[in-house]
Design a protein around this ligand. Structure first.
Ligand code: FMN
Length: 397
């Protein structure tokens, strides 16, 4: 019997030829699946783990152009990769055309194969300064930034990722799509929520269909792919060219194997039991420690432990101890308390991870809406102090 939630029990597997590889410039991505850029999450260790399960495109977390250009050590680490990562994909965050152009050129020189740009970040500190999801409010500014990045990326394809808009009264995604297409972006990804919604409610897949109907460049749909069959449903419902998977893979990197299976017309294998998950979790921990060093790697593991064990009956007290973990011994000792034969709980399939259900009133710069035709870039980061404060405030898109 299929291991899925009720809404996906009767969804048909992909038929041969039903879906095509996702074309992003010269790249042909099969299955048409992209790992969403996620701050604090999609570093090289997690990308490499996901890639071992499936195929597709695995995007880095957002990398701030100013910090990258200033040679900030941590930023360079987060932007880094290893020779086995092909295609290599980096998401740029920037508000100044000159910066993003310089960063694009430098990444191309480093050998990157795909660039994405973040125009969806809803974090108050970012939008209040006119960045992230505030940029598409000014289509001419968006155009300037995308133009500079595309020009400097040369033959490397560049995509942009946006939200529906600021809130229901200020939708920007159709303008953003037009700009992306006019300025030579290879595709556009739409997280079908507004910045005001943050991660709450259901993503509005109709908006993805609407965007697709207006554009000739590929459209990537994003929002609420929790199970592999959701991806088939989204593509059938919207006609989009590929899907971007965010929170659904947190603590579930095998979702990429399941996605590869359903797009190839095969029933996905059963998810691992708790013993299998513990093995994956330890593998993930080793990768994080190798990349960040023991102290920081294990700090990262605190949140991963919560995501990997989410929904397993009787795991709450272990989760609680793991949220304070400091050493590999702590990790081994607490994991040994779990029952390895516990099957993956169906209720955990659609359990939300990482972000709550808060909504917000989006902060914009004063009088921002009076100058929507203005293409002047907002003030960017200049000093290291600014930079450090900025990095602390980031948490994505
Ligand atoms: C922890 C976290 C960090 C994120 N960081 C970024 C980011 O750096 N850049 C970006 O464009 N979006 C970021 N996002 C948004 C995701 O890429 C994605 O658009 C969103 O989670 C919706 O997809 P989902 O419903 O599949 O989770 C982040 C989301 C999460 C949960």
């Amino acid at each position: 019997m299929r291991f899925s939630s009720p809404e996906n029990e009767a969804v048909a597997l992909a038929e041969a030829g039903e879906f095509a590889p996702l074309k992003i410039g010269p790249l042909a991505v099969w299955p048409p699946v992209v790992l969403a850029p996620m701050a604090g999450v999609t570093n090289y260790p997690f990308r490499s783990l996901c890639r071992e399960y499936g195929a597709g495109l695995y995007v880095s977390e957002m990398i701030t152009a100013r910090a990258y250009l200033m040679g900030h050590r941590r930023t360079l680490l987060l932007a880094s990769s290893q020779p086995d990562e092909t295609p290599r994909s980096v998401q740029i965050y920037g508000t100044d055309p000159k910066d993003v152009g310089e960063m694009a050129r430098s990444l191309v020189d480093e050998g990157v194969h795909h660039l994405d740009m973040n125009f969806g970040c809803p974090v108050p500190k970012v939008t209040r300064a006119g960045g992230g999801s505030a940029i598409p409010v000014k289509p001419r500014l968006l155009a300037r930034i995308v133009r500079a990045a595309v020009k400097n990326a040369g033959s490397v394809p560049l995509t942009i990722k946006v939200r529906k808009g600021i809130d229901d009264a200020l939708l920007t995604f159709l303008d953003a799509g037009r700009v992306a297409q006019e300025e030579g972006a290879a595709a556009i990804g739409l997280h079908a929520r507004t910045a005001a919604q943050l991660y709450s409610g259901e993503a509005d897949w109709n908006a993805i269909g609407e965007l697709k109907s207006r554009l000739s460049i590929p459209v990537l749909g994003n929002g609420d792919i929790w199970e592999s069959f959701d991806a088939l449903r989204m593509m059938r419902a919207t006609g989009c060219d590929g899907v971007i998977v965010g929170r659904g893979c947190l603590g579930r990197p095998w979702l990429f194997r399941e996605l590869a299976e359903v797009f190839d017309g095969r029933e996905p294998a059963q998810p691992p039991d708790l013993g299998g998950i513990v093995a994956i979790l330890k593998d993930h921990a080793r990768r994080l420690v190798a990349f960040f060093g023991e102290r920081e790697g294990l700090l990262h593991m605190r949140k991963w432990c919560a995501w990997y064990t989410k929904g397993f009956p009787g795991s709450a007290s272990v989760r609680d101890s793991l949220s304070r973990l400091n050493t590999f011994e702590d990790l081994e000792r607490e994991l040994a308390r779990l029952n390895p034969r516990e099957p993956f709980p169906r209720s955990a399939l659609r359990a939300h991870r990482a972000k709550g259900s808060r909504v917000q009133t989006v902060a914009l710069p004063e009088n921002y809406l009076c100058s929507r035709d203005d293409d002047t870039p907002p003030r960017s980061i200049h000093s290291s102090e600014d930079l450090e404060e900025w990095e602390r405030s980031l948490s994505g898109g």
